[in-house]
Write a protein that binds this ligand. Structure first.
Ligand SMILES: [Ca+2]
Ligand SMILES: [Ca+2]
Length: 115
């Protein structure tokens, strides 16, 4: 699903669910373990609620709060073609995931969270 479709899908779940907002290193490590364990499928890219605002600052769409913690790949966010405005976990052949900015309209896996 695209970012918008993924968010709408999360919001259909009970309990006020939305795309995940990653506030702490502890939460990031929990999610890393979960998506790494699940990676046998084709989820090399896993969307979060992270978005870029009009000033270029990053925030979690599900909470409205700016990032308090980040886990970018080196060289990211790189805003390819000036069009990358959502945040994903991106799997690299080095064997782990870190964060990358990505175009919002492409279809990938995603993570929901119940606050
Ligand atoms: Ca969270
Ligand atoms: Ca990028």
């Amino acid at each position: 699903m695209t970012w918008a479709e993924s968010r709408a899908n999360c919001k259909r779940l009970p309990g006020g669910a939305d795309l995940v907002a990653i506030e702490t290193q502890q939460e990031n490590e929990f999610l890393l373990k979960m998506i790494t364990d699940l990676r046998q499928g084709n989820c090399a890219i896993v969307l979060t609620s992270g978005r870029k605002n009009s000033e270029g600052g990053w925030y979690w769409a599900s909470t409205g709060k700016p990032f308090s913690y980040t886990y970018w790949w080196p060289g990211e966010p790189n805003n390819v073609e000036g069009a990358e405005d959502v945040v994903e976990f991106y799997y690299h052949t080095t064997g782990t995931y870190r964060w990358n900015d990505r175009r919002a309209g492409q279809k990938f896996c995603s993570l929901c969270e119940i606050p």
